[in-house]
Write a protein that binds this ligand. Structure first.
Ligand code: SF4
Length: 363
């Protein structure tokens, strides 16, 4: 039985007694609740759902291209096809990275994402997945965010369902959760350019879930959003999760500023405060408590030290090793780690580290 938290608001009392939070409850918590009270509530809910264990996956990030038809102001990663440092990996290059990931680094998951390449056909993605699975049948291929699937559907003139069913036949196991950003059009139009709408992202994820392809889900925060946009995003995630149960984990992603158009145009001059980051992570746990067991803390975006703290603010998962991560690296973040380091970070925060697979089965 969860005890009440001294001095907490009605909304906190509601959630620790298993009730669902409304839009106004969420707004009240993010605007007015003390960060420590929010964290204590999120930690109580987390402990009830997942105990004292913190999980992580041995994942290798494979960014197959940085060429992108979009040009999102939030992004430091993309290049146009004629820029000298643009690249697109061949299938053989992808396979040779997969060999390093699996044979040398002991990854159990390949996390494969890239830009919206305007010239790659569906056969490239099918071949990439099929060849990986042919050589490594037991690796989990978590590839192509709902935003990429939507783009591929558009550019190849196939329906989302057709794209997904061909990729599934090639061996696709799950989708990463990127590209969700903030669903609200009011904010999305400022931070992305040429990417699907929030509704299209949600619809693509829904179609995938209905086909038995589960996915992660993210939310990019700490840029130009207001509390109401965070709550709106969380409620939309909650609604879809209630309908499909297809999301594996929810990952609140802190926005990284360096080298982005948002920074260069002076729209944002600093990254969000650690207190705000912790509040958003705790609130994610509280708003999703009735539908989602897993809230992941992405140490690459938060930094390792703040990620450790976030494990006591509702997070039950450290995402993973993210070997070879390129996207946050382009925005100035340090991305190197090892399985041993993640285990130490978790132990130092007084939790029990357990390695998981993509679907949260303990290995
Ligand atoms: S965020 Fe994705 S879609 Fe947008 S510019 Fe970067 S790579 Fe392209």
């Amino acid at each position: 039985m969860l005890q009440s938290i001294s001095g907490s608001s009605n909304a906190v009392e509601k959630v620790i007694h298993g009730e669902e939070l409304s839009f106004n409850d969420g707004l009240e918590l993010l605007n007015n609740e003390n960060v420590f009270v929010l964290g204590a509530a999120a930690n109580l809910v987390k402990k009830k759902l997942t105990g004292n264990v913190i999980t992580f996956v041995a994942s290798y990030y494979l960014n197959y291209t940085n060429v992108c038809a979009a040009s999102c102001p939030l992004c430091a990663f993309y290049r146009k096809g004629d820029e000298p440092d643009s690249y697109t990996l061949t299938i053989e290059q992808i396979l040779s990275r997969a060999r390093i990931a699996i044979n040398d680094m002991k990854a159990t998951e390949l996390h494969i994402v890239g830009g919206f390449h305007p010239k790659l056909g569906l056969d490239y993605y099918e071949k990439m997945i099929r060849e990986i699975k042919k050589e490594f049948p037991s690796i989990t291929v978590k590839a192509l965010t709902p935003a990429e699937i939507h783009f591929i559907s558009h550019i190849t003139k196939n329906s989302v369902k057709e794209v997904l069913s061909r990729l599934k036949a090639a061996g696709l196991d799950a989708l990463p959760g990127g590209g969700a950003e903030i669903f609200s059009k009011e904010i999305r139009d400022t931070i992305v350019r040429g990417k699907c709408s929030g509704d299209e992202w949600l619809k693509t994820a829904e179609i995938a879930h209905e086909m038995g392809i589960r996915s992660n889900c993210t939310m990019l925060f700490g840029h130009v959003e207001e509390p109401k946009h965070i709550i709106d995003h969380l409620i939309k995630v909650r609604q879809l999760q209630r309908k499909t149960e297809g999301f594996i984990t929810f990952i609140p992603l802190k926005f990284s500023l360096d080298n982005t158009e948002l920074e260069q145009k002076g729209l944002i001059d600093k990254e969000s405060s650690s207190l705000y980051d912790l509040k958003v992570i705790a609130l994610s746990r509280l708003m999703l408590a009735t539908v989602m067991k897993n809230i992941s803390v992405y140490w690459v975006a938060l930094g390792k030290k703040l990620a450790q703290v976030a494990l006591s603010y509702g997070g039950n998962d450290l995402v993973g090793t993210a070997f070879s991560e390129e996207i946050f690296k382009a925005a100035g973040k340090s991305t190197g780690t090892s399985i041993q380091e993640l285990e130490s970070l978790i132990k130092d925060a007084k939790y029990v580290p357990l390695q998981r697979d993509t679907f949260f089965n303990i290995l």
